[in-house]
Design a protein around this ligand. Structure first.
Ligand code: CA
Length: 226
């Protein structure tokens, strides 16, 4: 089935490039140039993902659109921002966006990130009959159904990507995984970025979950969860 993507962008040059690259993937694309139109299109099309510019003409900017659409949809949202400091502001608003790209961006990168988001979504919703993931060790519980990690009963606040990482490790218990395998499995094969991002997230995970987590560094390979 072809994916439906809604591009909310008032700059026709940027919209055209995005449409070109998204259609090249075989996806159906609708474009809306302002916030009100965007909400109409999203309601009508029920897309698989929304690319949402922050600076829009009219009464509603991108953050307003995101807040409004969250009333009726949990569609993944990727923000297109003009500046890095805008990302900080958006994060502070806790709008439930799935990713951010800062202009100028490469359309190829946007496509890769979309694929990664959609793959995460698939993993988040296991097929019927799939037992939801559950890992229990040393007071640590990873609950795939609730998408939650607790230590001695206390919830550990993890970012979505940190949860995706621990979930992938739990699904490969006892196996020494290379950084590339972890990147492909937990970020998605379309991810473009430095492989050291794995180390950064592992460090975060260890810090947040604590020393009881039996996550070993395997010299010359990568990491293993026992
Ligand atoms: Ca704009």
């Amino acid at each position: 089935m072809s994916l439906q993507i809604v591009v909310v962008e008032d700059d026709p040059d940027i919209a055209d490039v995005l449409v070109l690259y998204l259609q090249r993937e075989g996806w159906s694309v609708s474009v809306a140039g302002d916030g009100a139109r965007a909400l109409d299109v999203i309601r009508a099309r029920q897309p698989d993902l929304v690319l949402l510019d922050i600076g829009l003409p009219g009464d509603l900017d991108g953050t307003d659109v995101c807040r409004e659409l969250r009333r009726f949809s949990d569609v993944p949202v990727m923000f297109l921002t003009a500046r890095d400091d805008e990302v900080d502001r958006i994060l502070g608003l806790e709008l439930g966006a799935d990713d951010y790209v800062t202009k100028p961006f490469s359309a190829r990168e946007v496509v890769a990130r979309i694929k990664a988001i959609l793959r995460r979504g698939e993993r988040g919703a296991p097929a019927d009959g799939d037992a939801p993931l559950r890992y229990e060790r040393a007071g640590i519980v990873v609950d795939g159904a609730r998408r939650e990690v607790t230590v001695e009963g206390d919830v550990v606040p993890l970012a979505a990507q940190e949860f995706a990482l621990i979930e992938f490790l739990c699904r490969n218990l006892g196996i020494a995984l290379s950084r590339q395998q972890i990147l492909d499995g937990a970020w998605g094969e379309g991810w473009i970025g430095d492989i050291r991002t794995v180390d950064v997230h592992i460090r975060q995970l260890r810090r947040k979950v604590g020393d009881a987590l039996p996550l070993e560094t395997v010299r010359g390979v990568g990491y293993r969860l026992d």
